[in-house]
Ligand binder design. Structure first.
Ligand SMILES: *Cc1c(COP(=O)(O)O)cnc(C)c1O
Length: 423
Protein backbone atom coordinates (compact mmCIF):
# COMPACT_ATOMS: atom_id res chain seq x y z
CA UNK A 1 0.00 0.00 0.00
CA UNK A 2 1.34 3.43 -0.93
CA UNK A 3 2.61 5.23 2.14
CA UNK A 4 1.52 8.83 2.40
CA UNK A 5 2.56 11.30 5.10
CA UNK A 6 -0.21 12.72 7.26
CA UNK A 7 1.29 16.21 6.95
CA UNK A 8 2.38 18.38 4.06
CA UNK A 9 5.65 20.19 3.57
CA UNK A 10 3.91 23.52 4.13
CA UNK A 11 2.53 22.32 7.48
CA UNK A 12 5.94 21.08 8.59
CA UNK A 13 7.66 24.31 7.54
CA UNK A 14 5.21 26.21 9.68
CA UNK A 15 5.62 23.89 12.69
CA UNK A 16 9.42 23.98 12.38
CA UNK A 17 9.35 27.78 12.83
CA UNK A 18 8.32 27.13 16.45
CA UNK A 19 9.71 23.66 17.10
CA UNK A 20 13.00 22.98 15.35
CA UNK A 21 13.67 19.54 13.88
CA UNK A 22 14.07 16.77 14.71
CA UNK A 23 10.74 15.95 16.34
CA UNK A 24 8.21 13.17 16.47
CA UNK A 25 4.78 14.21 15.33
CA UNK A 26 1.55 12.29 16.01
CA UNK A 27 -1.68 12.31 14.04
CA UNK A 28 -4.61 12.66 16.44
CA UNK A 29 -7.18 11.89 13.76
CA UNK A 30 -5.48 8.62 12.82
CA UNK A 31 -5.15 7.54 16.45
CA UNK A 32 -8.81 8.24 17.12
CA UNK A 33 -10.18 6.49 14.04
CA UNK A 34 -8.04 3.44 14.72
CA UNK A 35 -9.07 3.18 18.38
CA UNK A 36 -12.72 3.46 17.40
CA UNK A 37 -12.36 0.72 14.77
CA UNK A 38 -10.63 -1.58 17.28
CA UNK A 39 -13.50 -1.25 19.76
CA UNK A 40 -16.03 -1.84 16.97
CA UNK A 41 -14.21 -5.01 15.92
CA UNK A 42 -14.50 -6.44 19.43
CA UNK A 43 -17.90 -4.97 20.32
CA UNK A 44 -19.37 -8.51 20.23
CA UNK A 45 -17.51 -9.23 23.49
CA UNK A 46 -19.24 -7.23 26.23
CA UNK A 47 -16.23 -7.02 28.56
CA UNK A 48 -13.69 -6.18 25.87
CA UNK A 49 -10.97 -3.73 26.85
CA UNK A 50 -7.73 -2.52 25.27
CA UNK A 51 -4.90 -1.82 27.69
CA UNK A 52 -2.56 0.41 25.68
CA UNK A 53 1.03 -0.82 26.05
CA UNK A 54 2.45 2.32 27.60
CA UNK A 55 6.04 1.46 26.71
CA UNK A 56 5.18 1.99 23.02
CA UNK A 57 4.55 5.72 23.49
CA UNK A 58 4.63 6.80 27.13
CA UNK A 59 3.01 10.16 26.67
CA UNK A 60 0.08 11.06 28.94
CA UNK A 61 -1.57 13.21 26.27
CA UNK A 62 -1.78 10.26 23.89
CA UNK A 63 -2.86 7.94 26.73
CA UNK A 64 -5.69 10.34 27.51
CA UNK A 65 -6.90 10.36 23.91
CA UNK A 66 -7.03 6.55 23.97
CA UNK A 67 -8.77 6.63 27.34
CA UNK A 68 -11.72 8.42 25.72
CA UNK A 69 -12.39 5.22 23.77
CA UNK A 70 -12.18 3.04 26.87
CA UNK A 71 -8.50 2.11 26.76
CA UNK A 72 -6.64 1.46 29.97
CA UNK A 73 -2.91 1.02 30.22
CA UNK A 74 -0.58 -1.94 30.22
CA UNK A 75 2.39 -1.10 32.42
CA UNK A 76 5.59 -2.91 33.24
CA UNK A 77 7.60 -0.44 35.29
CA UNK A 78 7.26 2.08 38.09
CA UNK A 79 7.46 5.01 35.68
CA UNK A 80 4.66 3.57 33.57
CA UNK A 81 2.47 3.08 36.64
CA UNK A 82 3.10 6.66 37.75
CA UNK A 83 2.39 7.92 34.25
CA UNK A 84 -0.93 6.07 34.16
CA UNK A 85 -1.89 7.46 37.53
CA UNK A 86 -1.09 10.98 36.32
CA UNK A 87 -3.11 10.44 33.15
CA UNK A 88 -6.09 9.48 35.30
CA UNK A 89 -5.88 5.78 34.47
CA UNK A 90 -6.14 3.78 37.69
CA UNK A 91 -7.88 0.78 39.25
CA UNK A 92 -8.70 -2.11 36.96
CA UNK A 93 -7.89 0.14 34.00
CA UNK A 94 -4.29 -0.79 34.74
CA UNK A 95 -2.84 -4.15 33.70
CA UNK A 96 0.61 -4.75 35.16
CA UNK A 97 2.29 -7.18 32.76
CA UNK A 98 5.83 -6.94 34.05
CA UNK A 99 8.64 -9.45 34.28
CA UNK A 100 11.67 -9.71 36.56
CA UNK A 101 9.66 -7.30 38.66
CA UNK A 102 11.16 -5.21 41.47
CA UNK A 103 9.03 -5.99 44.53
CA UNK A 104 8.03 -2.41 45.29
CA UNK A 105 6.32 -2.23 41.89
CA UNK A 106 3.80 -4.93 42.80
CA UNK A 107 2.90 -2.89 45.86
CA UNK A 108 2.50 0.30 43.84
CA UNK A 109 0.32 -1.47 41.29
CA UNK A 110 -1.90 -2.78 44.10
CA UNK A 111 -2.04 0.69 45.65
CA UNK A 112 -3.47 1.96 42.36
CA UNK A 113 -5.87 -0.99 42.23
CA UNK A 114 -4.30 -2.40 39.05
CA UNK A 115 -4.42 -6.02 37.93
CA UNK A 116 -1.21 -7.96 38.47
CA UNK A 117 -0.30 -10.33 35.65
CA UNK A 118 2.28 -12.74 37.05
CA UNK A 119 5.20 -13.67 34.84
CA UNK A 120 6.32 -16.55 37.04
CA UNK A 121 4.97 -18.96 39.65
CA UNK A 122 7.54 -17.74 42.20
CA UNK A 123 6.03 -14.27 41.91
CA UNK A 124 3.04 -15.41 43.98
CA UNK A 125 5.33 -15.24 46.98
CA UNK A 126 6.91 -12.05 45.70
CA UNK A 127 3.49 -10.39 45.57
CA UNK A 128 2.57 -11.62 49.05
CA UNK A 129 5.83 -10.24 50.35
CA UNK A 130 5.47 -6.93 48.53
CA UNK A 131 1.74 -6.29 48.91
CA UNK A 132 1.19 -8.19 52.16
CA UNK A 133 -1.59 -10.36 50.69
CA UNK A 134 -2.83 -11.68 47.34
CA UNK A 135 -5.31 -9.41 45.59
CA UNK A 136 -8.74 -10.94 44.78
CA UNK A 137 -8.05 -10.75 41.04
CA UNK A 138 -4.87 -12.23 39.60
CA UNK A 139 -3.61 -13.07 36.14
CA UNK A 140 -0.88 -15.41 34.90
CA UNK A 141 1.24 -15.23 31.79
CA UNK A 142 1.52 -18.41 29.74
CA UNK A 143 4.46 -19.70 27.68
CA UNK A 144 3.62 -22.83 25.69
CA UNK A 145 7.25 -23.35 24.60
CA UNK A 146 8.17 -24.69 21.17
CA UNK A 147 7.53 -22.70 18.04
CA UNK A 148 4.47 -20.67 17.23
CA UNK A 149 3.75 -21.04 13.52
CA UNK A 150 1.38 -19.37 11.14
CA UNK A 151 0.47 -20.48 7.64
CA UNK A 152 2.39 -17.68 5.92
CA UNK A 153 5.64 -18.91 7.43
CA UNK A 154 5.79 -16.20 10.08
CA UNK A 155 6.70 -17.69 13.38
CA UNK A 156 8.14 -16.91 16.72
CA UNK A 157 9.98 -18.95 19.24
CA UNK A 158 8.28 -18.98 22.68
CA UNK A 159 10.55 -21.87 23.69
CA UNK A 160 13.41 -19.40 23.67
CA UNK A 161 11.59 -16.55 25.37
CA UNK A 162 12.05 -15.53 29.00
CA UNK A 163 8.37 -14.76 29.60
CA UNK A 164 5.56 -16.66 31.21
CA UNK A 165 4.92 -19.99 32.90
CA UNK A 166 4.67 -23.51 31.57
CA UNK A 167 1.26 -25.17 31.53
CA UNK A 168 2.10 -27.29 34.57
CA UNK A 169 3.19 -24.19 36.48
CA UNK A 170 0.09 -22.23 35.56
CA UNK A 171 -2.17 -25.06 36.79
CA UNK A 172 -0.19 -25.15 40.03
CA UNK A 173 -0.24 -21.34 40.33
CA UNK A 174 -4.02 -21.28 39.95
CA UNK A 175 -4.43 -24.00 42.63
CA UNK A 176 -2.17 -22.16 45.08
CA UNK A 177 -3.80 -18.79 44.52
CA UNK A 178 -7.32 -20.22 44.74
CA UNK A 179 -6.43 -21.81 48.05
CA UNK A 180 -5.12 -18.47 49.24
CA UNK A 181 -8.40 -16.75 48.45
CA UNK A 182 -8.02 -15.36 44.94
CA UNK A 183 -11.48 -15.21 43.38
CA UNK A 184 -11.05 -14.00 39.79
CA UNK A 185 -8.48 -15.28 37.37
CA UNK A 186 -7.07 -14.17 34.06
CA UNK A 187 -4.60 -15.62 31.58
CA UNK A 188 -2.28 -13.88 29.16
CA UNK A 189 0.21 -14.75 26.42
CA UNK A 190 2.31 -12.84 23.91
CA UNK A 191 3.63 -15.35 21.38
CA UNK A 192 4.59 -13.36 18.28
CA UNK A 193 5.54 -9.76 17.65
CA UNK A 194 4.59 -7.35 14.85
CA UNK A 195 2.46 -9.88 13.00
CA UNK A 196 1.17 -8.53 9.72
CA UNK A 197 -1.48 -11.21 9.21
CA UNK A 198 -5.09 -11.50 10.31
CA UNK A 199 -4.34 -15.01 11.50
CA UNK A 200 -2.25 -14.35 14.62
CA UNK A 201 -4.92 -13.32 17.13
CA UNK A 202 -7.36 -16.14 16.25
CA UNK A 203 -4.53 -18.71 16.53
CA UNK A 204 -3.36 -17.26 19.83
CA UNK A 205 -6.97 -17.10 21.05
CA UNK A 206 -7.36 -20.83 20.38
CA UNK A 207 -4.28 -21.62 22.46
CA UNK A 208 -5.46 -19.44 25.35
CA UNK A 209 -9.13 -20.43 25.20
CA UNK A 210 -8.28 -24.13 25.29
CA UNK A 211 -5.94 -23.50 28.20
CA UNK A 212 -8.71 -21.60 29.98
CA UNK A 213 -11.15 -24.50 29.59
CA UNK A 214 -8.54 -26.89 30.95
CA UNK A 215 -7.68 -24.61 33.88
CA UNK A 216 -11.31 -24.27 34.82
CA UNK A 217 -11.80 -28.06 34.69
CA UNK A 218 -8.67 -28.91 36.63
CA UNK A 219 -8.68 -26.17 39.26
CA UNK A 220 -12.25 -24.91 39.37
CA UNK A 221 -10.89 -21.37 39.06
CA UNK A 222 -13.30 -18.66 37.96
CA UNK A 223 -11.69 -17.26 34.83
CA UNK A 224 -13.06 -13.82 34.17
CA UNK A 225 -10.73 -12.53 31.44
CA UNK A 226 -8.32 -13.64 28.75
CA UNK A 227 -5.67 -11.20 27.62
CA UNK A 228 -4.45 -11.57 24.03
CA UNK A 229 -1.73 -9.01 24.75
CA UNK A 230 0.12 -7.19 21.92
CA UNK A 231 1.64 -8.36 18.70
CA UNK A 232 -0.73 -7.13 16.02
CA UNK A 233 1.69 -5.49 13.63
CA UNK A 234 1.70 -2.68 11.11
CA UNK A 235 2.95 -2.56 7.52
CA UNK A 236 6.31 -0.80 7.73
CA UNK A 237 7.01 -1.41 4.03
CA UNK A 238 4.80 -0.30 1.14
CA UNK A 239 4.63 -3.94 -0.05
CA UNK A 240 2.93 -5.19 3.12
CA UNK A 241 -0.86 -5.43 3.36
CA UNK A 242 -2.19 -3.89 6.57
CA UNK A 243 -4.12 -6.06 9.02
CA UNK A 244 -7.89 -5.81 8.88
CA UNK A 245 -9.02 -5.42 12.46
CA UNK A 246 -12.62 -6.40 11.62
CA UNK A 247 -11.43 -9.69 10.15
CA UNK A 248 -9.26 -10.23 13.24
CA UNK A 249 -12.19 -9.48 15.58
CA UNK A 250 -14.43 -11.90 13.68
CA UNK A 251 -11.71 -14.56 13.66
CA UNK A 252 -11.40 -14.36 17.44
CA UNK A 253 -15.19 -14.46 17.79
CA UNK A 254 -15.36 -17.74 15.82
CA UNK A 255 -12.84 -19.37 18.14
CA UNK A 256 -14.63 -17.94 21.19
CA UNK A 257 -17.89 -19.53 20.05
CA UNK A 258 -16.16 -22.78 19.18
CA UNK A 259 -14.14 -23.23 22.38
CA UNK A 260 -15.37 -21.04 25.25
CA UNK A 261 -19.14 -20.91 24.74
CA UNK A 262 -19.64 -24.72 24.72
CA UNK A 263 -17.56 -24.91 27.93
CA UNK A 264 -19.99 -22.57 29.65
CA UNK A 265 -17.45 -19.75 29.51
CA UNK A 266 -19.41 -17.37 27.28
CA UNK A 267 -19.03 -14.59 29.85
CA UNK A 268 -15.24 -14.31 29.67
CA UNK A 269 -14.02 -10.79 28.86
CA UNK A 270 -11.30 -10.34 26.27
CA UNK A 271 -8.49 -7.91 26.80
CA UNK A 272 -5.74 -6.73 24.48
CA UNK A 273 -2.49 -4.90 25.17
CA UNK A 274 -1.72 -3.44 21.79
CA UNK A 275 1.02 -0.88 21.47
CA UNK A 276 2.37 -0.75 17.94
CA UNK A 277 -1.05 -1.21 16.38
CA UNK A 278 -2.54 1.70 18.37
CA UNK A 279 -0.05 4.43 17.57
CA UNK A 280 2.70 3.11 15.27
CA UNK A 281 1.44 4.37 11.91
CA UNK A 282 0.23 7.64 13.43
CA UNK A 283 3.63 8.98 14.35
CA UNK A 284 6.63 10.10 12.30
CA UNK A 285 10.10 11.39 12.92
CA UNK A 286 10.62 14.63 11.02
CA UNK A 287 14.23 15.48 10.36
CA UNK A 288 16.17 17.74 8.02
CA UNK A 289 18.94 16.86 5.62
CA UNK A 290 21.92 18.88 6.83
CA UNK A 291 24.78 17.28 4.90
CA UNK A 292 25.45 15.31 1.77
CA UNK A 293 28.54 13.25 1.31
CA UNK A 294 29.93 11.47 -1.73
CA UNK A 295 32.51 8.78 -0.99
CA UNK A 296 32.18 5.08 -1.81
CA UNK A 297 28.47 5.54 -1.40
CA UNK A 298 26.08 8.48 -1.43
CA UNK A 299 25.14 9.70 2.04
CA UNK A 300 22.54 12.10 3.32
CA UNK A 301 23.21 13.29 6.87
CA UNK A 302 20.21 14.33 8.94
CA UNK A 303 19.79 16.34 12.12
CA UNK A 304 18.37 13.23 13.88
CA UNK A 305 20.10 10.02 14.90
CA UNK A 306 19.45 6.56 16.30
CA UNK A 307 18.99 8.15 19.72
CA UNK A 308 15.70 9.51 18.32
CA UNK A 309 14.73 6.27 16.56
CA UNK A 310 16.77 3.18 17.29
CA UNK A 311 14.82 0.49 15.45
CA UNK A 312 16.77 0.69 12.17
CA UNK A 313 20.13 0.68 13.97
CA UNK A 314 19.30 -2.08 16.44
CA UNK A 315 16.96 -4.38 14.52
CA UNK A 316 17.76 -3.33 10.95
CA UNK A 317 14.09 -2.35 10.72
CA UNK A 318 12.71 -0.73 7.61
CA UNK A 319 11.11 2.67 8.10
CA UNK A 320 9.71 4.24 4.96
CA UNK A 321 10.98 7.74 4.15
CA UNK A 322 9.17 10.45 2.24
CA UNK A 323 10.99 13.60 1.17
CA UNK A 324 8.35 16.21 1.87
CA UNK A 325 7.39 18.24 -1.18
CA UNK A 326 8.92 15.59 -3.45
CA UNK A 327 6.16 13.01 -3.05
CA UNK A 328 5.63 12.73 -6.79
CA UNK A 329 9.23 12.95 -7.96
CA UNK A 330 10.93 9.81 -9.29
CA UNK A 331 13.01 7.81 -6.78
CA UNK A 332 16.05 7.81 -9.05
CA UNK A 333 18.77 8.31 -6.42
CA UNK A 334 20.19 5.73 -4.02
CA UNK A 335 21.22 6.92 -0.57
CA UNK A 336 22.24 5.83 2.87
CA UNK A 337 20.37 8.19 5.17
CA UNK A 338 22.37 8.62 8.33
CA UNK A 339 22.29 10.04 11.81
CA UNK A 340 25.20 11.64 13.60
CA UNK A 341 26.17 8.98 16.15
CA UNK A 342 29.72 7.66 16.03
CA UNK A 343 28.29 4.25 15.24
CA UNK A 344 28.14 2.95 11.69
CA UNK A 345 24.78 1.33 12.36
CA UNK A 346 23.29 4.81 12.74
CA UNK A 347 21.49 4.75 9.39
CA UNK A 348 17.78 5.32 8.97
CA UNK A 349 17.99 3.74 5.53
CA UNK A 350 20.58 1.83 3.53
CA UNK A 351 20.66 1.78 -0.28
CA UNK A 352 17.26 3.47 -0.33
CA UNK A 353 15.82 4.74 -3.60
CA UNK A 354 14.66 8.29 -3.03
CA UNK A 355 14.19 11.47 -5.03
CA UNK A 356 17.22 13.74 -5.25
CA UNK A 357 17.68 15.22 -1.77
CA UNK A 358 18.92 18.77 -1.23
CA UNK A 359 20.28 20.15 2.01
CA UNK A 360 17.37 21.60 3.94
CA UNK A 361 14.84 19.05 2.70
CA UNK A 362 12.48 17.65 5.32
CA UNK A 363 12.45 13.89 5.61
CA UNK A 364 9.32 12.25 7.01
CA UNK A 365 10.35 8.93 8.55
CA UNK A 366 7.15 6.91 8.77
CA UNK A 367 5.69 4.69 11.49
CA UNK A 368 7.56 5.97 14.53
CA UNK A 369 4.41 6.35 16.64
CA UNK A 370 5.24 3.28 18.71
CA UNK A 371 8.63 2.13 19.98
CA UNK A 372 10.06 5.32 18.46
CA UNK A 373 10.65 8.25 20.80
CA UNK A 374 10.14 5.87 23.72
CA UNK A 375 13.25 3.84 22.88
CA UNK A 376 15.32 7.01 22.77
CA UNK A 377 18.58 7.21 24.64
CA UNK A 378 21.45 9.59 25.21
CA UNK A 379 24.47 7.93 23.68
CA UNK A 380 27.05 10.44 22.39
CA UNK A 381 25.25 13.00 24.52
CA UNK A 382 22.45 13.18 21.98
CA UNK A 383 19.24 14.65 23.28
CA UNK A 384 15.75 13.26 22.94
CA UNK A 385 13.55 15.25 20.61
CA UNK A 386 10.24 16.98 21.20
CA UNK A 387 6.89 15.27 20.63
CA UNK A 388 4.18 17.19 18.82
CA UNK A 389 0.52 16.38 18.41
CA UNK A 390 -1.15 17.34 15.16
CA UNK A 391 -4.69 17.97 16.34
CA UNK A 392 -7.71 17.08 14.26
CA UNK A 393 -8.20 20.75 13.41
CA UNK A 394 -4.65 20.98 12.05
CA UNK A 395 -3.17 22.82 15.03
CA UNK A 396 0.21 21.51 16.22
CA UNK A 397 0.71 21.36 19.98
CA UNK A 398 3.77 20.43 21.95
CA UNK A 399 3.14 17.34 24.11
CA UNK A 400 6.72 16.88 25.30
CA UNK A 401 9.52 19.38 24.93
CA UNK A 402 12.92 18.48 23.56
CA UNK A 403 15.62 17.65 26.09
CA UNK A 404 18.22 20.29 26.78
CA UNK A 405 21.83 19.95 27.86
CA UNK A 406 20.63 20.93 31.32
CA UNK A 407 18.43 17.83 31.39
CA UNK A 408 21.34 15.72 30.22
CA UNK A 409 23.62 17.07 32.94
CA UNK A 410 20.96 17.14 35.66
CA UNK A 411 22.29 14.02 37.38
CA UNK A 412 25.56 15.83 38.12
CA UNK A 413 23.65 18.45 40.08
CA UNK A 414 24.84 17.14 43.43
CA UNK A 415 28.46 17.79 42.45
CA UNK A 416 30.38 21.01 42.20
CA UNK A 417 31.03 20.50 38.52
CA UNK A 418 27.25 20.33 38.03
CA UNK A 419 27.16 24.13 38.41
CA UNK A 420 29.49 24.56 35.44
CA UNK A 421 27.72 21.97 33.34
CA UNK A 422 24.34 23.51 33.85
CA UNK A 423 25.66 26.97 33.07
C1 LIG B 1 5.53 -4.71 24.42
C2 LIG B 1 4.36 -5.35 25.00
C3 LIG B 1 3.08 -5.17 24.45
C4 LIG B 1 2.85 -4.37 23.19
O1 LIG B 1 3.47 -4.94 22.09
P1 LIG B 1 3.21 -4.35 20.63
O2 LIG B 1 4.12 -5.15 19.76
O3 LIG B 1 3.55 -2.92 20.68
O4 LIG B 1 1.76 -4.58 20.33
C5 LIG B 1 2.01 -5.75 25.09
N1 LIG B 1 2.17 -6.49 26.21
C6 LIG B 1 3.37 -6.70 26.78
C7 LIG B 1 3.46 -7.48 28.02
C8 LIG B 1 4.50 -6.15 26.19
O5 LIG B 1 5.69 -6.35 26.74
Amino acid sequence: MKKTPFVTKAQIEKIAETYPTPFHIYDEKGIRENAKALYEAFAWNPGYKEYFAVKATPNPFLMQILKEYGCGSDCSSMAELVLSEAAGITGTDIMFSSNDTPLEEFAYCEKLGGIINLDDITHIEAVEKSVGYLPKTMSCRYNPGGYFKMSNGIMDNPGDSKYGMTETQIVEAFRIMKEKGVENFGIHAFLASNTVTNEYYPLLAKVLFELAVKLKKETGAHITFINLSGGIGIPYTPEQEPNDIRVIGEGVRRVYEEVLVPAGMGDVALYTELGRYMTGPYGALVTRAIHEKHIHKEYIGTDACAANLMRPAVYGSYHHITVLGKENEPCDHVYDVTGSLCENCDKFAVDRKLPKIEKGDYLFIHDTGAHGHSMGYNYNGKLRSAEILLKEDGEAVLIRRAETLKDYFATFDCFEIGEKLRG
